[in-house]
Design a protein around this ligand. Structure first.
Ligand SMILES: NC(=O)c1ccc[n+]([C@@H]2O[C@H](COP(=O)([O-])OP(=O)(O)OC[C@H]3O[C@@H](n4cnc5c(N)ncnc54)[C@H](O)[C@@H]3O)[C@@H](O)[C@H]2O)c1
Length: 269
């Protein structure tokens, strides 16, 4: 059968590769024959082409990683993330948005052959359009340091607007929409995937901060997804099969948003 995914022999960069959805994605990429450069602050428990220690909250760390990556890159997967508490507003914004934006934009010129970027956002970022006045200010910053300064100056505003986690994910969803045309002119697609609650090592943080009942309220019938249930559609988004898809946020939610809009979730709870 034709290699529909098209990952065989491709040079893939993936962050957040050590755990949860990122790790599930790495396992599948390796199975599909990709050359995987895996980035994380923790060791990646799967044999890959190269594991590189990378702290996305630090520009110097990203710069040193970039020097070790190949000149010709086919796909970038951004899977790393921090939940809200106990992490600071600046750490959450730096890992979830600022570091990712810096990594993607620095690698853009190395994606010469129908490249693509897939970012894990969240249903928590779904309402980015309603908050675009503030999100647009974050997006208008240029580079790592200016973005950090903006966050430091607006920490209270971010807290008042629902917290760093949701704001960082709103920024990612908006970023995908903002950059779609610019990236397309360079032959590169950019999309995000917004998971419903998923059983990964991040889940206890969410349950601790918001209460299990409130997290379950974002699922259909109380079932959390598995990491593989996110990794598989993420692979699709960044594959040759999705070559006409860009600027899109794919909600992988077992129908949660549809059920919410149509007020049909109650029957399943
Ligand atoms: N689990 C959920 O319910 C859920 C729901 C929606 C979105 N998400 C998002 O999915 C993505 C994957 O998260 P997960 O649930 O698999 O959690 P996870 O904690 O298993 O994975 C997150 C990964 O990010 C890495 N990371 C953390 N800080 C880093 C840093 N400074 N530099 C580099 N890497 C760093 C961690 O080491 C870890 O490997 C995240 O972006 C998360 O926000 C998760």
């Amino acid at each position: 059968m034709k290699d529909l995914f098209g990952y065989t022999g491709k040079n893939i960069i993936i962050d957040g590769a050590a755990s949860g959805m990122g790790l599930a994605t790495v396992r599948l990429l390796v199975e599909l024959g990709a050359n995987v450069w895996a980035l994380d602050i923790k060791d990646v428990p799967v044999p890959v082409k190269k594991f590189i220690l990378c702290d996305l909250s630090k520009k110097d760390s990203i710069d040193s990683v970039i020097e070790q990556l190949p000149d010709d890159i086919d796909r970038v997967f951004c899977c790393a993330g921090l939940p809200g508490a106990p992490f600071s507003v600046l750490d959450v914004m730096s890992v979830n948005f600022i570091g990712h934006r810096y990594l993607i934009e620095t690698l853009l010129n190395r994606m010469k052959n129908a490249g693509a970027v897939a970012i894990i956002s969240s249903l928590a970022g779904m309402e980015w359009m309603k908050n675009y006045q503030m999100v647009g200010k974050m997006l208008a910053t240029s580079g790592f340091e200016e973005a950090v300064s903006w966050v430091q100056a607006n920490e209270q505003r971010i807290k008042d607007a629902g917290g760093a986690y949701g704001f960082s994910k709103q920024c990612l969803c908006a970023y995908v929409a903002l950059k779609a045309m610019e990236f397309l002119s360079k032959g590169v697609r950019i999309n995000s995937l917004s998971p419903a609650p998923t059983q990964t090592p991040m889940m206890p943080y969410f349950e601790q901060e918001h209460g299990q009942e409130n997290i379950k309220a974002y699922s259909v019938g109380g079932r959390y997804a598995t990491p593989e249930e996110m990794a598989e559609p993420l692979l699709f988004l960044n594959s040759d099969m999705a070559r006409f898809i860009t600027g899109f946020d794919l909600k992988v939610d077992n129908g949660f948003v549809a059920g919410m809009i149509m007020q049909q979730l109650g029957a399943l709870k």
